[in-house]
Design a protein around this ligand. Structure first.
Ligand SMILES: [Fe+2]
Ligand SMILES: [Fe+2]
Length: 130
């Protein structure tokens, strides 16, 4: 894996940029949901952007994992699958009107993302750095 160190450096920079972008979207969703009269259309568009960014980001990380037979990568992919389902269900529920805008819900979304980054993505970085 060290032979591709330069490639990994670029990939890690892209991953860090993805995380910053996703966290910014979550912050904007949280701010939007906290307004006295939330703009559901704007929040809905932010959720769509988050779903798209998350899909692309998970694919980027999984491409880096390749087919290395590591249990940690198996768990990491499983967490991606679970998180994406949670996010998709959340976006659909909000967009169909069955979920009210609330700061608490947006806060859950923030925890959802930051926990994964700390638990799994930091390990991916360590493992690939060798
Ligand atoms: Fe990840
Ligand atoms: Fe990530």
């Amino acid at each position: 894996m060290r032979a591709n160190g330069a490639d990994h450096g670029e990939a890690f920079a892209a991953i860090a940029a993805d995380h910053a972008h996703m966290l910014e979207l979550v912050d904007r969703i949280e701010v939007g949901m906290g307004e006295p009269e939330p703009d559901r259309g704007a929040i809905s568009a932010l959720l769509d952007a988050l779903v798209t960014s998350t899909r692309e980001h998970f694919a980027r990380e999984e491409a880096l994992m390749g087919d290395a037979p590591l249990e940690e990568f198996v768990q990491h992919r499983r967490d991606h699958h679970y998180l994406f389902k949670v996010l998709s269900d959340f976006a659909l529920a909000f967009q169909s009107g069955s979920l009210a805008a609330s700061v608490e819900v947006a806060f859950d979304l923030h925890n959802w993302l930051s926990f994964h980054i700390e638990r799994f993505d930091s390990r991916l970085h360590e493992i690939l750095q060798g």
